[in-house]
Design a protein around this ligand. Structure first.
Ligand code: OGA
Ligand code: MN
Length: 291
């Protein structure tokens, strides 16, 4: 079938023409969707009534091996007994809204910082796929920023100065900024990971900034200078012109490329309203030739 894309923001993000992803198994359609990801970096699909099993199947069909160490999973086990299905919600195992001081809630709230999924491990996340199951009656948007457009907009001498720099990403760092505390065992388990600051997407040759709240230091620079650079780049890359804000509808399914975008949750009254989404993320491993 022919897939069509309607662009949603200046540089990126598109809504995909009606399609039932549960039924998509043929190589041609999957390739059209992958090409759409390369071009738009964020794809919005309406009306995808996934079960958990169907979502897990689709994610692997679309992009390979699932990641089981993203965000909350590194801090506490989730309620589904499968760490490849990430619980993006404000409810506990009993299905009730988490109390204000619950560590799982605090972890979820950390998604309000601009980030890319699992940049604090190696391999990090490649595609993240988020399925809306229960939405609050108030806006609780997710915002995205295009790191390719942000890179392209940098002055040439700045771009040149970023060549070859490496960044240490750490979830301990991003959570401590918000007041989280970690014991020694957790610290030892969460050493972080080093990634290039500028990445080149193999399939398109386009370059993008690889930034996140987890970006703790520039390995090659003195600490204060590196942290100032990361702050400046964050500020630049999240200017409104590079962003798209997604207002969720029931059964929406949104896929983003963590290599070329950042995202963040927007605040809402999560002590009053339930919000339940499920995320599947793939490992950013080299892609085998697709048969
Ligand atoms: C995620 C995430 C933001 C949101 O699922 O990785 O950061 O709005 N979600 O829930
Ligand atoms: Mn996230």
């Amino acid at each position: 079938m022919t897939v069509r894309f309607r662009q949603l923001a200046t540089h990126f993000a598109a809504e995909v023409s009606p399609i039932d992803l549960r039924q998509v198994h043929d190589r041609d359609t999957l390739e059209q969707l992958r090409a759409g990801m390369d071009r738009y970096a964020v794809l919005v699909f309406r009306d995808q009534p996934f079960t958990d099993a169907e979502q897990l199947d689709f994610a692997q069909r679309f992009d390979g091996t699932l990641h089981a160490q993203t965000s909350a999973a590194v801090l506490a086990k989730n309620r589904f007994g499968n760490e490849a299905l990430t619980d993006i919600s404000n409810v506990g195992a009993d299905g009730r809204i988490l109390p204000g001081n619950d560590r799982r809630r605090m972890s979820g709230i950390s998604n309000r910082l601009w980030h890319t999924d699992a940049s604090f491990v190696d391999p990090p996340g490649r595609y993240s796929m988020l399925s809306a199951r229960v939405l609050p009656p108030v806006r609780a948007d997710t915002e995205f920023a295009d790191m390719r457009a942000a890179y392209d907009a940098l002055p040439e001498d700045t771009r040149a100065s970023l060549e070859g720099l490496r960044v240490h990403h750490s979830i301990v760092y991003s959570r401590e900024v918000l007041g989280f505390e970690f014991d020694d065992a957790e610290r030892a388990r969460l050493p972080g990971a080093v990634h290039p600051l500028v990445r080149t997407l193999p399939s398109t040759g386009r370059r993008s900034l690889y930034l996140a709240s987890h970006a703790a230091r520039v390995v090659d620079w003195p600490l204060p200078e590196g942290r100032l650079l990361l702050r400046d780049l964050m500020e630049h890359a999240t200017r409104a012109e590079f962003t798209y804000r997604h207002e969720w509808q029931p059964r929406d399914f949104v896929i983003w490329d963590n290599r070329t975008t950042m995202h963040r949750a927007r605040p809402f009254d999560d002590r009053t309203h339930r919000r339940e989404l499920r995320r599947t993320t793939t490992l950013d491993l080299p892609l085998p030739a697709r048969a």
